[in-house]
Ligand binder design. Structure first.
Ligand code: ATP
Length: 277
């Protein structure tokens, strides 16, 4: 494979070597020493067993730096959603480790993992999954209610302001556009002030102009608020809003682009999609 201009093959080097004996983000005593928000260390995940087994992740080592925006791309079935779910503690790898801010998620019992997901991880999907009978403000307050807290008006107003919806607090989803509903979903994911926002195809259901607005907002959350975002997308234009793109093919790292342009992302994707299996 010929590397395009800024394709960094670091993923085939140290960063994706799979050695993982002293992962970045921890020292030998396990203390956090770097700015790594999430690290995957030789992660494997297989669905099913026997002849029907599908290896979705086949030994992925990757790290996501704090305060950065990463897009994850790859052909259909390459393992992107599985990667996101394992990184967010929604799914457990069969082997390898997922370390978030010094905490090894793979070693956590279910109760602790649930608390960590609730307090430190935000997740948004292509479908907005809002409660139709609740206003924007009430939808955003839900995670705080679930955590046994009474949401403060100012707290909710601040996060709605962060996503550009200060004037829609009292609106129900049916009175909002798709882009506005996705912003509410993001505000709901951000209200607990998570370390990382994981987004699986967040603009997949939006038209291109609305997508651009949402992506610009996400970019602003990284640049102005220091949020860490990891986003799966099929769209090279969406990926170009990220600081870097990591590519997967057949459950393995398949290259990386820093400061991506939509054209370079599309060209790399075309190479992956035409590569023999
Ligand atoms: N729950 C499951 N049971 C069985 N196989 C699964 C399951 N989830 C995913 N897979 C398989 O694992 C592989 C990776 O799936 P995954 O959804 O992570 O890929 P993806 O890159 O996100 O795909 P797409 O771009 O089509 O959404 C695929 O072959 C898929 O069919």
């Amino acid at each position: 494979m010929t590397a395009p201009g800024r394709l960094a093959d670091a993923m085939n080097g140290a960063e994706a070597s799979g050695t993982g004996t002293n992962p970045a983000g921890t020292n030998t005593t396990g203390t956090v020493v770097s700015d790594v928000a999430v690290r995957l260390d030789d992660v494997t995940r297989t669905y099913g067993s026997g002849d029907g087994a599908v290896t979705a992740l086949a030994g992925v080592t990757l790290e996501f730096a704090r305060g950065t925006f990463t897009a994850v791309m790859g052909p259909s079935g390459s393992g992107k959603s599985t990667l996101l779910q394992c990184a967010a503690g929604l799914d457990r790898p069969d082997s390898g480790r997922v370390v978030m801010a010094g905490t090894d998620l793979t070693g956590l019992r279910e109760t602790k993992l649930t608390l960590l997901r609730r307090d430190r991880i935000g997740f948004v999907f292509q479908s907005f999954n809002l409660m139709p009978s609740l206003t924007a403000e009430q939808n955003v307050g839900l995670p705080l209610h679930l955590a046994g807290r009474r949401p403060g008006k100012a707290e909710i107003a601040a996060v709605l302001r962060d996503v550009g919806l200060a004037d829609r607090a009292g609106h129900r989803p049916s009175r909002m556009s798709g882009g506005q509903q996705q912003r509410v979903a993001m505000a709901r994911a951000l209200v607990t002030r998570p370390d990382v926002l994981f987004a699986d195809e967040p603009t997949g259901a939006l038209d291109s102009s609305t997508s651009r607005d949402v992506l610009t907002m996400m970019r602003g959350l990284v640049d102005q608020r220091g949020l860490t975002i990891v986003m799966v997308t099929h769209d090279p234009v969406a990926a170009s809003y990220a600081d870097r793109v990591v590519f997967l093919a057949d459950g393995r790292p398949a290259g990386r682009l820093d400061r991506p342009t939509a054209e370079a992302v599309a060209a790399h994707m075309a190479r992956l999609e035409s590569a023999p299996c």
